[in-house]
Write a protein that binds this ligand. Structure first.
Ligand code: CP3
Length: 354
């Protein structure tokens, strides 16, 4: 494997000194880029794109061709695991993901199984190794998975939801059924992330997009507990380097101390927590990733730069900060504004280091 030329992302996650704050964007390969929309058309459906390792590699690299990003993220989706469990994922235009066979009862839950990482999810590992080769050591590659709770919301609801009515009814009336689902998912995520690490992922992120809809008690019982089990089960080494683990619970700002206790290396922050408070609370234990409101990218490049300056100043001097958005980049954002954001981080952050 080619020697890593830019390791400031991995170093910042492990709180080792860096020359400037590393930066990447959640959903950096996606619909805001015209070249993504082109490749997506060529591929057919979104899942066809995920299953085609050459095209998945191509779209992973597209944002790196435009911007001086410090990490690449595997192009795939969190819903590959439930799809591999036989729930029949499809993406309907305008509606988001749909499962034709949702999990609604104990007997549905009992049919779930840990997918085979070669036969069922081998296409993801093929994409990881293809991208690693193509990166040729330019920047590290991030692998990822959804959290068990977040995956379960889609599996039980049968798609996206505003109310979480079905999964919450299950959680309150039939907690044992939900725990069974979450157990199979946690084992699946451990196997999935370990397979990604083996195929070449140099850091991994767990997306707990919907943990923030839970009460503090339910968050611990139905989301955090399973993420802690995953952190425990990961082989955190690749090419003789530690593979850092990032936990991201959207809306989880009030639980940072508990999240840091899982033994993860870094926490992703959305924009509803101030990064200076977060650093004061957990900065001695973990690195922090975030946390610019993705909607700032609708504003002018001058305003974007001002916001970057504010967040850098709030985090303050020293390592342990990976700059990112507080959630994925919106599809309508002008790519030049994304460029202004990344350029601002590269230009304004060196003074906080060295
Ligand atoms: O960050 C990256 O660039 C890597 C790729 C990535 C995608 N999805 C590609 C994608 C990642 C990391 C994800 C994770 C994901 N997928 C999450 C967690 C992250 C988050 O945003 O909170 C969730 C909840 C999903 C589920 C999912 N996938 C939804 C709800 C949708 C539909 C979104 C919509 O607005 O239509 C997807 C589809 C999806 N995943 C797209 C992309 C680029 C758009 C599909 C397309 O090209 O039509």
């Amino acid at each position: 494997m080619a020697e890593l030329q830019n390791d400031r992302f991995l170093r910042a996650l492990l709180k080792e000194p860096v020359d400037r704050t590393p930066v990447w964007m959640m959903r950096q390969a996606g619909r805001y880029l015209p070249e993504y929309r082109e490749t997506r058309k060529e591929a057919g459906s979104f899942m066809d794109l995920c299953r085609n390792k050459e095209l998945a590699c191509e779209v992973t690299l597209q944002p790196l061709e435009r911007f001086p990003l410090d990490a690449a993220i595997l192009f795939s989706d969190i819903l590959t695991i439930p799809d591999a469990m036989g729930l029949e994922l499809r993406f309907a235009t305008g509606e988001g993901p749909i499962f034709d066979k949702p999990v609604r009862s104990l007997s549905d839950a009992k049919k779930l199984f840990v997918p085979d990482m070669d036969s069922d999810l081998g296409y993801v590992m093929d994409a990881v190794s293809t991208i690693r080769k193509a990166l040729d050591g330019r920047v590290p590659l991030i692998g990822f998975s959804g959290s068990p709770w977040t995956l379960a919301t889609y599996m039980v609801e049968g798609g996206s939801s505003k109310t979480y009515s079905k999964i919450k009814a299950m959680m309150y009336d039939e907690p044992a059924t939900l725990h069974h689902i979450l157990d199979v998912l946690a084992d699946s995520v451990i196997a999935y992330l370990n397979a990604q690490i083996e195929a070449g992922a140099q850091a991994v992120q767990i997306f707990d997009t919907w943990g923030g809809v839970l009460t503090p008690r339910d968050y611990q019982e139905f989301s955090l507990r399973y993420m802690a089990k995953i952190v425990d089960g990961l082989k955190r080494e690749n090419d003789g380097r530690k593979v850092p683990v990032i936990l991201f619970t959207k809306g989880g700002g009030q639980w940072l101390e508990k999240m840091a206790e899982t033994g993860c290396d870094a926490l992703g922050l959305d924009w509803t927590t101030d990064i200076d408070d977060a650093r004061a609370r957990v900065g001695d234990k973990v690195a922090l990733q975030g946390n610019m409101d993705p909607s700032i990218l609708y504003a002018s490049p001058a305003r974007i730069r001002e916001e970057v300056a504010t967040i850098l100043e709030k985090y303050g001097h020293g390592t342990g900060h990976v700059f990112n958005l507080g959630h994925g980049i919106h599809p309508e954002v002008n790519p030049e504004h994304a460029g202004a954001f990344i350029q601002a981080v590269t230009e304004l952050s060196p003074k906080y280091h060295g």
